[in-house]
Every structure is written in structure tokens, then in C-alpha cells.
Design a protein around this ligand. Structure first.
Ligand code: ASP
Ligand code: MG
Length: 427
């Protein structure tokens, strides 16, 4: 008998029928003899609808009240799910984030979990109940207020519960079948992975893959939680996300050890913009000035390139999320004279392609494959950056999909058949 934490995303509990289907799945797990703790998201697009409502009554909704409002979405789905389970003859009890002991810092809208004290959950489990917890929310001890963890935060709730309860596995159910070698909507030949290292998963998530939330993967990595990402809409197994030193459960069950591929996947990101600060005096301290200004604007810088200087001046280009670029530009423009640069160029027609694989540490020639594939496709590279297990390039956004397909093929990642893409978003 195991303790299994399951997380169901909004698309899995979008209406009464879906809630009943999820209830059946939970009951089946219970029938198999396991203890079950469920973290549930708000139904369908409830969170977006509540946000829209808030913006209709107030241009800038008060953060405390916004969290009160948004946290109600998950209370609806948790109670309905518990009722559905009851009517199937099983004992289920729902808990809000604060009842579940999800203790966070006080930052409304982006709270971080600082402690989990699942006393009531343990009691309920000991009494034989199935436990349902509202995802995405917590409680701050100092302010005694309800907080939310940021969009997509139910993944983090599930992982934190799994860590606190020492669960055997944290199953994250969504409307996609698992983790793929690429986004199947961009690369139809993408294949579902049997497993992936948490480090690789973090790089993919940070570079455009949306199937798991980065904070949930980080939390799992830090606390040694085994994640199994799988689909609510099929019974097939999904993808295991393995932390350091974790064994693939399928191998533990006797399956032959698989050879680790050098490259795990290809990520595409259409969400970045490029800013070029042109004609920067080529003297020490200028990069520091520029990036201090950008940091103060709240923009999150990703890639940076500085050109060689010819005339005592140089150009510095960097990428930021599209949503941050206006603020960064405004901040830089405000200090043009102080910094002494000549002009600013904004370009939001870029796309970022990243290749991720732990095998890069020990294999040479991995980047050459990428550059050869792009060159054979006649695709121009504008920026390059690397980490130990990732190579990223910035391209024209109109080239990104084609480039990703070419590169996916070049690394031998193409599957035989086209991946089935449900209408879903992976949530
Ligand atoms: N309901 C919240 C959202 O839509 C949390 C979640 O779905 O994980 O962001
Ligand atoms: Mg949602």
C-alpha cells in the first residue's frame, strides 16, 4: 500500500461530468489499496473569469482581496469533488489551503511555501478518508491572511503535500499525455518521454515548455519528490521526472535499463523580445549601469550579447519576456544621458530555440549538430547562449517552428507516428 498524491488541473475538472470522471479515477486508486491525497485546481477557466471580474470592479484590485477571490475557485472544485466521491460510497474530506497547513510568506499573488503542517490531513487519512486539498493557496501566520501561489500554483501544492506526507509518488494529471521531446503542436513528430531528469525538466520549463510549472519542479528536486506527469483522459502511463539519484520506477519493476539519450528535448519560446542598447561607451562599468537600470524596472533578463567595439563604442543586446520589455525600455530611455548610449532598438519578432540534455556534459559535438542543422536549413542565428546542459539560440520568430523541426530531426528525436494532440494546454 502506497501513499499517492494526485493533482488535477483545471481542464480535468471543467464541468460536472469531468468531476465525476476524476472522482472515479481517485476511487479506483483507493480501491487498489492506496491512501490518496488530491490537490485540485479551479474548474476550467474559473481563475481567469474571476480575474476579469476583479478588473471590472477595480482597475488595480487590492492584493489581499484578490487572493480571497481567486482562492475561492479551488474551494468550489474541492467540495464538488468530495461530494462526487461520497456519492460513489467512499469517504472523502476537502480542506482549504490553510486547513491543510500550507503555510506561506505574505506575498499576495506570488506567495512561497515556507512550511507544511498537514496535521488534519493525516488525521483524515488515518480515519480512512480520501483527502482533497484546494490547490494554489496558503496562509500566512503573521498577517493571518489567505495567499495564493501564483498562476499554475496547484502543481506546487501537490508537490509540497507529497514532500510533507512523504508520499511514494506525486501524479500530476493534465490534458496532455506526459512530457514530450518538444511541443507536439510545433513538432508533430515529438515523442513522449519515459522519464526525464529534473535538471533537464527545469531547463525545458525555463525555456518555454509549459507542461509542468518550474516552481513545482524545483520544489520536487529539493525535497526528493518523484513526479509522474500523465493524462486524465487516458489510462496510459506518462513521464516520470527523476531527481538526483532517483531510480526509474519502471526499471525497479524489472524493465530493462534504458540508454540515456544525449539530448532530452527541444524547447521553443515565442515569448521573448530583444532590446539593443546601441553606441554604449566602451569603458568599464557601463554594463553594470545598464543592467542595474533594467533590473530596477523589474524586467527579467535572459540572454546577453555584447558586440566588439570598433570606435570606442559598443552595442549590448539582451532578451526579456515580451511583457517586461516596455518597462525596461522606458527605464533605459529615462537614463540615456547618464549612461551615454546613442539609441535603443526594440525587436519583438524573435523566437528562442533551446536544446536540453544532461548528456552534453560528457559528449562533444552536441552543439555542432545544432549549428549544422540550422545552416543546412538556411536559418540565421542572432544570439547564442549555453549552460552546462543547454544550448539556446535566438532566431526570427517566423523561422522558429521550422528550425525546431529540423533540429529535432537532427538529434534523432523524431517518433515514427505523429503525437496525438488533445485540444489541451497541458493544464
Ligand atoms: N487555478 C489556478 C490557475 O489557473 C492555479 C492552477 O490552476 O494551478 O492559475
Ligand atoms: Mg487553472
Amino acid at each position: 500500500m502506497a501513499l499517492i498524491v494526485q493533482k488535477y488541473g483545471g481542464s480535468s475538472v471543467a464541468d460536472a461530468e469531468s468531476i465525476k470522471r476524476v472522482a472515479k479515477r481517485i476511487v479506483d486508486t483507493r480501491r487498489a489499496g492506496h491512501d490518496v491525497v488530491v490537490a485540485v485546481s479551479a474548474m476550467g477557466d474559473t481563475t481567469d473569469e474571476l480575474l476579469d471580474l476583479a478588473n471590472e470592479v477595480a482597475p488595480i484590485p487590492a492584493p489581499r482581496e484578490l487572493d480571497m477571490l481567486l482562492s475561492s475557485g479551488e474551494r468550489i472544485s474541492m467540495a464538488l469533488l468530495a461530494m462526487a466521491i461520497h456519492s460513489m460510497g467512499f469517504e472523502a474530506r476537502s480542506f482549504t489551503g490553510s486547513q491543510a497547513g500550507m503555510i506561506t510568506d505574505s506575498q499576495h499573488g506570488a506567495a512561497r511555501i515556507v512550511d507544511v503542517t498537514p496535521v488534519r490531513l493525516r488525521e483524515a487519512l488515518d480515519e480512512g478518508a480520501i483527502v482533497i486539498v484546494a490547490g494554489f493557496q496558503g496562509f500566512n501566520r503573521d498577517t493571518r491572511d489567505i495567499t495564493t501561489l501564483g498562476r499554475g500554483g496547484s502543481d506546487t501544492t501537490a508537490v509540497a503535500l507529497a514532500a510533507a506526507l512523504d508520499a511514494d509518488v506525486c501524479e500530476i494529471y493534465s490534458d496532455v499525455d506526459g512530457i514530450f521531446t518538444a511541443d507536439p503542436r510545433v513538432i508533430p513528430k515529438a515523442q513522449k518521454l519515459d522519464h526525464i531528469g529534473s535538471e533537464e525538466m527545469l531547463e525545458l520549463a525555463a525555456n518555454g515548455a509549459k507542461v509542468l510549472y518550474i516552481r513545482a519542479v524545483e520544489y520536487a528536486r529539493r525535497h526528493g519528490v518523484l513526479i509522474h506527469a500523465r493524462s486524465t483522459f487516458s489510462s496510459s502511463e506518462g513521464t516520470y521526472v527523476l531527481g538526483e539519484g532517483m531510480k526509474n520506477p519502471r526499471e525497479a519493476e524489472g524493465a530493462a535499463a534504458m540508454e540515456e539519450p544525449i539530448v532530452a528535448g527541444v524547447a521553443t519560446d515565442f515569448g521573448q523580445a530583444k532590446i539593443t542598447v546601441a553606441g554604449v561607451p566602451d569603458v568599464p562599468g557601463k554594463a553594470a549601469e545598464i543592467f542595474k537600470i533594467v533590473a530596477r524596472s523589474g524586467a527579467n533578463v535572459d540572454m546577453i550579447v555584447q558586440n566588439v567595439s570598433a570606435t570606442g563604442r559598443t552595442d549590448i543586446s539582451f532578451t526579456v519576456p515580451k511583457a517586461d520589455s516596455a518597462a525596461a525600455l522606458k527605464a533605459l530611455a529615462g537614463e540615456q544621458t547618464e549612461v551615454g548610449f546613442q539609441n535603443l532598438v526594440h525587436d519583438d519578432q524573435i523566437g528562442k530555440l533551446s536544446v536540453v540534455g544532461a548528456g552534453m556534459r560528457t559528449h562533444s559535438g552536441v552543439s555542432a549538430v545544432l549549428f549544422e542543422a540550422l545552416s543546412a536549413g538556411g536559418i540565421n542565428i542572432e544570439m547564442i547562449s549555453t549552460s552546462e546542459i543547454r544550448i539556446s539560440v535566438v532566431l526570427r520568430d517566423t523561422d522558429l517552428a521550422e528550425a525546431a523541426r529540423t533540429v529535432h530531426t537532427a538529434y534523432g528525436l523524431d517518433g515514427d507516428a505523429e503525437a496525438t494532440v488533445h485540444a489541451g494546454t497541458g493544464r
